[in-house]
Design a binder for this molecule. Structure first.
Ligand SMILES: [Cu+2]
Length: 156
């Protein structure tokens, strides 16, 4: 009786071990993307005027991830910009990269980081894809909603 129990226990332990191994394989396969995005939107005025794009990027990983560029078919050329307050006069500068520390986020917003959409071909109410390129992570495609000059999305 004692002997049979211990064999059963060994068998159970082996089965549980096998199930845990399967479970961990499942978890590894379902690992979340290192970067996620929320609240993507463009402020669109008209075709001849560059549109500003705004988004929040979240680094959900344990390492610094660096944004190196952005592209969007509906922008023609798209660039990373930052507005800087130069003693009262707003000025925009090109941004070549943005390092996002582990478990932190970077917010693109009016008066700060933005995407400069140089030749916008879009319509208010549409949603268009924007692709973010990173040095240390795969490309991320983010839906951007188009708002008009007088519209403002809910604050993220
Ligand atoms: Cu700009």
């Amino acid at each position: 009786m004692q002997k049979r129990n211990s064999v059963a226990e060994l068998w159970a332990a082996w089965l549980i071990g096998l199930m845990l191994a399967w479970a961990s394989v499942g978890i590894a396969a379902a690992a979340p993307a290192p970067i996620s995005a929320s609240h993507g939107w463009f402020r669109y005025l008209m075709a001849q005027i560059p549109a500003g794009g705004f988004v929040t990027l979240h680094n959900d990983s344990a390492k610094t991830i660096t944004l190196t560029g952005v592209s969007a078919a509906s922008c023609g050329m798209a660039m990373l910009h930052r507005s800087v307050d130069n003693s009262g006069t707003d000025r925009m500068v090109m941004v070549h990269s943005i390092a996002i520390p582990p478990h932190r986020r970077v917010q693109f917003k009016p008066g700060d980081y933005h995407i400069m959409c140089m030749q916008p071909t879009m319509q208010v109410g549409q949603t268009v894809p924007v692709i973010f390129h990173f040095r240390d992570a795969p490309d991320l495609t983010v839906p951007f909603k188009i708002y008009g000059a007088d519209q403002n999305p809910a604050k993220p």
